[in-house]
Design a protein around this ligand. Structure first.
Ligand SMILES: [Fe+2]
Ligand SMILES: [Fe+2]
Length: 167
C-alpha cells in the first residue's frame, strides 16, 4: 500500500516526533547526571521539564486533528542517543571532556528536533491546521532556545580548554 495523502505523512511525522520526545524524556536525566558543569546540568534539567511539555503538546496536536496519539519508531533519535552511549562507554571521558562532549550530543538532538518541527509546522500550515501550528511552534521555539544555551556553554568550555592547554 503506498502513501498518497499528505495528511498521512503529517501523522507519520507527528508520531515520529512523539517517539523522539519520549526517548529524550528518558535520556535527559542521564545527561544531567553526567554533566559536571553547573550551567550545563541545570540546562538539561530545565529542558527535561520542557521536553515533558513537548510530549503533551504533541499528544494534544493528535487530539486536535481527531486522531489517536501514536508514536512511530524514530531511528534518527535512537542513532543520536546511541552515539552518546557508545562514546561514554568506549572513551570513559574525564569530567572536562565529558562536559564538552555533552554540549555536542545535546546540540545534535536539538538540531534534529528543530529540523523536524520546522517541517511539521510547514506541513501543518499547508493542511490548514492552525491550532496545531501553534502547538508545534511552541515546541520549536523552545528547541531553538535550548540549542542557544548549549552553544553558550560550549563556547565557554572551549575557552577554558584553550587556557588549560596553554598552561
Ligand atoms: Fe523537544
Ligand atoms: Fe529539545
Amino acid at each position: 500500500m503506498s502513501m498518497t495523502d499528505p495528511r498521512e505523512l503529517f501523522l507519520h511525522e507527528l508520531g515520529d516526533m512523539l517517539f523522539a520526545e519520549q526517548t529524550l524524556v528518558k535520556a535527559l536525566p542521564k545527561l544531567a547526571e553526567e554533566a559536571g558543569d553547573e550551567e550545563l546540568r541545570m540546562g538539561f534539567e530545565e529542558h527535561l521539564e520542557e521536553t515533558k511539555q513537548h510530549v503533551a503538546n504533541l499528544e494534544q496536536a493528535f487530539e486536535v486533528i481527531g486522531e489517536p496519539a501514536k508514536a512511530e519508531k524514530c531511528p534518527g533519535i535512537e542513532g543520536i542517543k546511541k552515539e552518546h552511549d557508545e562514546f561514554m562507554k568506549d572513551e570513559s571521558p574525564s569530567p572536562e571532556i565529558c562536559d564538552m562532549f555533552l554540549t555536542g550530543a545535546g546540540a545534535r538532538a536539538e538540531h534534529y528536533e528543530i529540523a523536524a518541527y520546522t517541517g511539521l509546522v510547514t506541513l501543518a500550515k499547508g493542511l490548514g491546521e492552525q491550532d496545531v501550528v501553534e502547538l508545534l511552534q511552541e515546541n520549536l521555539e523552545q528547541e531553538k532556545r535550548a540549542l542557544q544555551k548549549l552553544e553558550t556553554v560550549s563556547k565557554r568550555l572551549a575557552q577554558t580548554a584553550k587556557a588549560g592547554s596553554a598552561a
